[in-house]
Ligand binder design. Sequence first.
Ligand SMILES: O=C(O)c1ccccc1NCC(=O)[C@H](O)[C@H](O)COP(=O)(O)O
Length: 212
Amino acid sequence: MNVRVKICGITRSEDARAAWDAGADALGLNFYPRSPRYVEPGPAAALARTRPALGSVVGVFVNESPVTILARVRECGLTAVQLHGDEPPEACMGYGVPVIKALRVRGEEDVERARTYVGAGDVAALLLDGAAPGYGGGGVTFDWGLVARLTDAGVPVLVAGGLTPGNVAEAIRATRPYGVDVASGVESSPGIKDVDAVRTFIRAAKALNLGE
Ligand SMILES: O=C(O)c1ccccc1NCC(=O)[C@H](O)[C@H](O)COP(=O)(O)O
């Protein structure tokens, strides 16, 4: 197993550097203006420049216009875009970088809906999130038992929603995902990462990589 770790909602350069140093594979920069983790394009470009040679910087968008997404990809050097709103499968292409489509999971019907994105456009992975109010970053888990039907079929899935240093290992064992993603579970307040929690989270996730 080689589980990748994405730390989402980075707003400060010290948090970005700490996450890379701790072994993060990807950082998420949030371009949804209503998020407490929103970053303006200028500071986001500076955060993206902390990226090490093999790291990935993912821009998170909610129902954003393609023109704006393309502009952010170019000006911030994003290596992937995460569409975290109500974007249909046909909207998941045209950015010149891989697309991660996020879906909130309440039950089996949402997993079936997720299947409609597999192979659509530039979708390279699905991110399955809990169904908290709002679009993301809500700290709510979902039934991990629903993920296996996708991962067993070889679909790259990032498991998100309510993950913490304390439950990430259990989530990985239950879902055998391509990766895991966390925002609020490693914060002292929204947008401010708790560096010790980030380190513990990454260590817990990557320990399973070493264990198999
Ligand atoms: O984090 C946000 O504020 C946010 C707002 C709107 C859309 C997406 C958002 N975050 C995207 C993420 O990838 C989060 O890491 C994911 O939703 C999990 O969040 P959490 O449950 O807090 O770990």
